[in-house]
Design a protein around this ligand. Structure first.
Ligand SMILES: [Fe+2]
Length: 297
């Protein structure tokens, strides 16, 4: 009844070319620049999926990945965001088959591009450089931006050893130059959270003023192994998605919390120039949360 449709040969070829070329990709890891689009989605619509703390390689990750593929089959998505801790436990790229290629094979075979950032586990091997160079992770550097349809993504390295001396001026000038209706920043570490690690006052001081000044409407992170959506804080909604496969932690709402859950899953997002619809799903395909962000005036 519910069989996988036969894959078109082009998608297979694209996947094989992608995977074969991956490890030899000679990216300059210090470079931060815009990633060249493979295919441009509509200028007025972007559909994407996001999750984090995914790379466990176990059945929980597979269950989440299966639900992500089900959403893609129902209505195609333009890309997938992985917000770090892409490969447990030590970011070892030799485990990429078990922690990425196999779990997400349906999405990869459908030709959906992935774009990742580095989590704390990812930098344990060669400071994450092999992941930056691994082409299917879609990283143009340790930090990079990506304009797709009505959304511009600003993908950050938020690790302890991140080069903020270079990254922060780059973020400031990139946000200032952006003409996108929606500015979405992605980093592994939380800025506002009611979870195990809680709020990060240093990150709030470093990034909060930029988000406010340049109108960043959404920040996506992992690291906290729970699902959280905050109320809007100075115009920004903070979405914690450390639910892609790693062991969960309990979550207790605080004054900033709009929704929270301790379940595995992912979010489906759909942007128009004036709205972003957010649907969060668990690993059984049940709805966790839904809301709509509306652009200001
Ligand atoms: Fe983490």
């Amino acid at each position: 009844m519910d069989r996988e449709p036969a894959l078109p040969s082009l998608s297979r070829r694209q996947l094989l070319a992608l995977l074969a070329g991956g490890l030899g990709f000679g990216a300059s890891v210090a470079a931060a620049n815009a990633f060249t689009p493979v295919a441009s989605p509509s200028p007025n619509k972007l559909r994407w999926l996001a999750t984090a703390d995914s790379g466990s390689g176990d059945r929980k990750q597979q269950a989440v990945a299966d639900q992500m593929a089900a959403v893609q089959r129902r209505q195609p998505v333009d890309l997938v965001i992985l917000a770090g801790d892409n490969i447990y436990n030590d970011g070892d790229i030799s485990k990429v088959e078990a922690t990425f290629q196999r779990p997400y094979s349906a999405l990869l075979q459908a030709g959906v591009p992935f774009h990742a950032v580095l989590g704390n586990h990812d930098i344990r091997t060669a400071n994450g450089d092999p992941q930056v160079a691994y082409r299917p992770f879609g990283m143009a550097g340790r930090w990079y931006n990506l304009r797709r349809g009505p959304v511009e993504f600003f993908m950050l390295d938020t690790n302890m050893n991140a080069n903020w001396g270079q990254q922060l001026p780059w973020l400031r000038s990139s946000l200032a130059a952006s003409k996108a209706p929606w500015k979405v920043v992605v980093g592994h570490h939380p800025i506002y959270s009611a979870g195990f690690y809680g709020n990060d006052p240093v990150a709030q001081g470093r990034l909060g003023p930029l988000f406010k000044k340049y109108g960043v409407q959404l920040y996506i992170n992992g690291h906290e192994h729970d699902y959280e959506r905050t109320k809007m804080i100075d115009g920004t909604t903070y979405l914690t998605l450390g639910i892609g496969g790693a062991s969960l932690r309990p979550i207790l709402a605080n004054g900033n919390t709009a929704a929270c859950a301790s379940v595995h899953g992912f979010v489906e997002l759909e942007a128009s120039p004036t709205t972003i619809k957010i649907n969060a799903w668990d690993r059984q395909g049940k709805s966790i949360d839904q809301t709509v962000l509306v652009a200001k005036g």
